[in-house]
Design a protein around this ligand. Structure first.
Ligand code: PEP
Ligand code: MN
Length: 354
C-alpha cells in the first residue's frame, strides 16, 4: 500500500533539517514562555510541549490539558514559532486544532493501538492538520505503517513519522533501543515520508543526545525532535533527558548536516561499482553452491551425514578471523557464513531426498 503525501513545508534550520524543540510537558505558562523565548532566540522554528501526558503509572504529572493550550497560542503569537503537541483522543484533536496547534503528534503508546489510531483518523477527517506519528513502543514496523495508513486514509497527507526507539524488558544503554534498521526500512518503503528522530526518548539521558542526533542525520533522517527545558533538572517529566536551549544550540552547532542532493554523479559511480561487486558475490555464491551440491552427491554415495559440525565450526572460526583482519566485524562474517551454510545444507538435503 502507498501513502499519498504532500510536503510538510516545515521551516528548517538553515535549510538543513527541521528541528522541533521544547519541553516534555507544558508545566506552567512561565516555563513554557521562558523556554520558547530562549529557543526562538537560538533560531528554533518549531516548538513542542506535551499538554496531555501519557504516564506509565498513575500519580505522575499528566499534563494540564486544555488550559495549557492558550500558552502554546501565546508562543506562536509572541515568537512566531510553529507549535506542536501530542494528541491521543478525538477530543484532544478537536481542542488542539481549535487553539491553533500547527502540528499534532501521536505518541508511541497510542500508535500501538489500532482502535485509538482509527478514532484519531476519524476525528482528523476533513481537517488540514499536519500529523507526525511516533513509532509504537514495540519494534513492529507493520504496526507503525498501519497507523500511517489509517491517518493517511482519513485524507491527512501532511504526514511524517518520528523515530523514538523501542522499549525492551532488559534495560541497556538507551532507554529505548534505536534499532535503526526499522526507521531505515520505513524510509526505504516510503521514500517521500519525512522521518524525524527523537534522541531524547531514545536515550533517556542528556549526555547521549548529541551523538544520536548525528547518527540520525548520517542515516538520512529528515529532522530532529529534542526535548528542551529552561530548567531541565526541575522538569516535571523526563528530567534526565532534557537539555537547556543553550545546550541544544551547542549540540546543533556541532552537527554535520549531510547533503542529500549534491554529489549525485560521484555517488552514481560508486553505486555502479557496488552493483558490479554484488554481481560477483552472487556468481561466486552460485559457484560455491555447485561445489556444495557435488559434496552432497558424494556424501550420499558414501553414506555420510549432511552436517559435519567440526567442519562448520572451522569455517566460522577461520572466516571470522580473516574478516576481522580485513576490517569486517567478526559477528557480520559469522552471520553471512551461517546463512551460506544453511543454504548449502538445504541444497544437500534436496540431493539426499531425491
Ligand atoms: C513525549 O514526546 O513526551 C512522549 C511522551 O513521547 P513517546 O510517545 O515517544 O513516549
Ligand atoms: Mn517526554
Amino acid at each position: 500500500m502507498e501513502l499519498n503525501l504532500q510536503p510538510l513545508n516545515l521551516p528548517s534550520d538553515q535549510e538543513r533539517a527541521f528541528i522541533i524543540a521544547g519541553p516534555c510537558s507544558a508545566e506552567t505558562e512561565e516555563q513554557v514562555m521562558t523556554t520558547a523565548k530562549q529557543l526562538a532566540g537560538k533560531g528554533c522554528h518549531i516548538f513542542r510541549a506535551g499538554v496531555w501526558k501519557p504516564r506509565t503509572k498513575p500519580g505522575g504529572f499528566e499534563g494540564h490539558g486544555e488550559p495549557a493550550l492558550p500558552w502554546l497560542a501565546r508562543v506562536k503569537q509572541e515568537t512566531g514559532m510553529l507549535v506542536a503537541t501530542e494528541v491521543a483522543t478525538p477530543k484532544h484533536v478537536e481542542l488542539a486544532l481549535k487553539h491553533g496547534v500547527d502540528i499534532l503528534w501521536i505518541g508511541a503508546r497510542t500508535t500501538a493501538n489500532p482502535f485509538a489510531v482509527q478514532e484519531l483518523a476519524d476525528a482528523l477527517k476533513g481537517t488540514d492538520a499536519t500529523v507526525l506519528i511516533k513509532n509504537p513502543v514495540n519494534p513492529d514496523l507493520e504496526l507503525w505503517i498501519g497507523a500511517l495508513l489509517r491517518i493517511n486514509g482519513a485524507g491527512i497527507s501532511k504526514l511524517g513519522a518520528i523515530h523514538r526507539g523501542f522499549s525492551s524488558y532488559e534495560k541497556k544503554l538507551y532507554r529505548n533501543e534505536p534499532m535503526w534498521q526499522i526507521p531505515i526500512e520505513l524510509k526505504r518503503r516510503f521514500p517521500q515520508l519525512p522521518v524525524v528522530c527523537d534522541p531524547s526518548h531514545i536515550s533517556g539521558r542528556r549526555d547521549l543526545i548529541a551523538s544520536l542526533c548525528q547518527e540520525a542525520l548520517d542515516m538520512g533522517l529528515d529532522g530532529l525532535m529534542v526535548e528542551s527545558h529552561c530548567n531541565p533538572d526541575k522538569a516535571w517529566s523526563d528530567a534526565s533527558q532534557q537539555v537547556t536551549p543553550d545546550v541544544l544550540d551547542f549540540i546543533v552547532s556541532r552537527l554535520v548536516f549531510r547533503d542529500k542532493t549534491e554529489h549525485a554523479d560521484k555517488l552514481k559511480d560508486y553505486r555502479h561499482e557496488i552493483d558490479e561487486l554484488d554481481d560477483e558475490i552472487i556468481e561466486l555464491l552460485a559457484k560455491r553452491m555447485k561445489v556444495s551440491r557435488n559434496i552432497g552427491e558424494y556424501k550420499k554415495e558414501v553414506g555420510m551425514t549432511v552436517v559435519q559440525t567440526r567442519r562448520y565450526s572451522e569455517i566460522l572460526d577461520k572466516r571470522g578471523a580473516q574478516g576481522s583482519l580485513l576490517g569486517i566485524g567478526r559477528e557480520c562474517i559469522k552471520n553471512i557464513f551461517e546463512n551460506i551454510h544453511e543454504e548449502s545444507v538445504r541444497q544437500q538435503m534436496e540431493i539426499f531426498n531425491k
